[in-house]
Design a protein around this ligand. Structure first.
Ligand SMILES: [Cu+2]
Length: 149
């Protein structure tokens, strides 16, 4: 009688150990998923353009991470969002009153860049004040700050 009980106990201990290992493996997997998520999902940033400003006019994003700009105009005119990026100007599609635009952008080089509206009516939208800065930060696990979304 004793021998089978001893075997049962040993088997029970083994099962508990095995469950412990499975739990550890599972939590390790979910931890690395959380770390990887910011790399896979685009960060959405809502920007509203009006005459004559962008809101927000200061944006912080991460280098190499996709950003999905949700662009709307709160004014009467059509606008765009043009980033003076190191690789050249990056320009969104024109967004018109009542016709918001989604614009996917990834900037690889860290730095602080100017963005503006390139439309030239009314003396130039940029000259009227439609200008802001986009700071592209290196590394890190999360977007440092963004207004809107
Ligand atoms: Cu404009």
């Amino acid at each position: 009688m004793r021998i089978p009980i001893a075997i049962l106990s040993a088997a029970g201990a083994l099962a508990i150990t095995a469950i412990g290992l499975v739990t550890v493996a599972a939590s390790t997997a979910s931890a690395s998923l959380e770390v990887n998520q910011p790399n896979m999902a685009a960060t959405e940033i809502a920007v509203t353009a009006s005459e004559w400003a962008f809101e927000p006019s200061s944006i912080v994003i991460q280098a190499g991470k996709p950003v999905l700009f949700q662009l709307t105009t709160g004014g009467e005119l059509s606008h765009n969002l043009t980033i003076d990026a190191p690789s050249g100007e990056m320009r969104s599609p024109t967004f018109r009153p009542g016709e918001p635009v989604s614009w996917d952008v990834t900037i690889e080089e860290p730095g602080t860049y100017t963005f503006f509206c390139s439309f030239t009516s009314a003396g130039g939208h940029r000259a009227q004040g439609m200008e802001g800065t986009i700071e592209v930060t290196a590394g890190g696990a999360q977007v440092v700050s963004s207004v809107g979304a």
